[in-house]
Design a binder for this molecule. Structure first.
Ligand code: CA
Length: 362
């Protein structure tokens, strides 16, 4: 399990480059300390790892999975990756052939994660993966204290037959392992989450029921939400998510600070969301915890439906695809193009993927 805390990510400088043969210019940027405001099109860890090659070992990265090393029939997780995979009667989670692509041009890899769910009368459906990022089940788990701040980036695509249905998405959260009755991340219906020693924030698709156009948004169980259910944040820039198209999704969660002398929980937490490298949501002034030892310790990559319609049967399930998951202490950003290689005469050579990513993801 790779949850070792690497040295804190400090400022990094990315060099500017010119793709000579394509005429495409991509520019670098100065990276930021975690928590600093990030421009809508900032570059991050991925800009230093073209095509995501070597990104699992990059400074600041604590976890990565591209689903290429999943074994057997695609339902066997590598030993050093996830802590749980959903196996039940209404869903299927497995790696399948495919890769991140758009406009007919393919990105890296040959496998993606598929979460398929189907209708069964009177039941909800949930499929996906679970990763512990710190001690979660109990205080002696040996997984560390968790994190005060994290970025999570992945690519996702809603299957061709996807239609907006009532659902929930992936959660990032933590639970106070020193509290006897601490609730599990994902526990619903509690107004003051601090009374049960937990918090979480879901990232999920929103859309008018039946629609093929969605938007990603938060569903947050923070300290100051008004009622028993999750809070939705105001969208700064609406970026449509279309069925059948890959999108890069990145979220940022920064927990609030707690005064050690007085125990005051300061309203300085933050959540942000980028779609395809563009800032969509930025919510400041959040509080998630009253005690500093409660940290981010759980991430689930999942889909959850409150009862799928009958049209999504076992032989025609609703499907969502994921790939290139990266969790880091600094902004990650979309996949960047392969570095161009130079031929014997110094002429830059590359491939179609390089052009595609330069145009699409920069
Ligand atoms: Ca892959």
């Amino acid at each position: 399990m790779k949850t070792i805390v690497k040295p804190a990510h400090k400022a990094f400088i990315l060099l500017s480059g010119v793709a000579l043969w394509t005429g495409v210019l991509w520019t670098g940027a100065i990276g930021t300390e975690p928590g600093d405001p990030i421009s809508p099109r900032a570059t991050g860890v991925a800009a230093k790892c073209p095509n995501d090659i070597g990104i699992a070992e990059a400074p600041g990265v604590i976890f990565a999975d591209d689903f290429e090393s999943w074994g057997g029939d695609g339902a066997t997780t590598p030993a050093d990756k996830w802590h749980g995979i959903r196996m039940n009667q209404t869903s299927r989670t497995r790696a399948v052939p495919g890769n991140v692509s758009a406009a007919g041009v393919q990105g890296p890899g040959e496998r993606v994660l598929e979460i398929a769910c189907w209708h069964e009368k009177g039941k909800s459906q949930v499929g996906g993966l679970w990763l512990k990022l710190g001690n979660y089940s109990h205080s002696n788990e040996g997984l560390g204290d968790g994190y005060d701040e994290l970025y999570v980036r992945y690519y996702m695509k809603f299957g061709e037959n996807y239609r907006a249905v009532r659902n929930h998405g992936s959660n990032l959260g933590g639970r106070d392992v020193t509290m006897k009755n601490a609730a599990w991340v994902g526990m619903a219906g509690i107004r003051d989450v601090s009374t049960r020693g937990y918090f979480y924030s879901g990232l999920q698709p929103w859309g008018e029921r039946g629609s093929r156009e969605l938007e990603m948004g938060f569903y947050s169980y923070h300290l100051d939400k008004k009622g028993p259910w999750g809070a939705r944040y105001k969208v700064r820039k609406r970026i449509p998510i279309r069925v059948g198209i890959w999108h890069c999704v990145e979220r940022h969660m920064k927990l609030n600070s707690v005064e050690r002398s007085t125990g005051k929980a300061n309203a300085d937490g933050l959540e942000e969301l980028w779609i395809d490298g563009e800032l969509s949501i930025r919510k400041e002034g959040l509080r998630f915890r009253r005690v500093p030892h409660l940290r981010i310790a759980s991430f689930s990559l999942e889909t959850y439906y409150h009862g799928l319609p009958e049209e999504f049967g076992r032989t025609n399930p609703i499907k969502v695809y994921f790939d290139n998951v990266v969790i880091a202490r600094a902004y990650i950003g979309p996949i960047t193009p392969k570095r161009l290689e130079h031929g014997p005469r110094g002429k830059a050579i590359g491939d179609a993927a390089a052009i595609f990513f330069a145009v699409t993801f920069q």
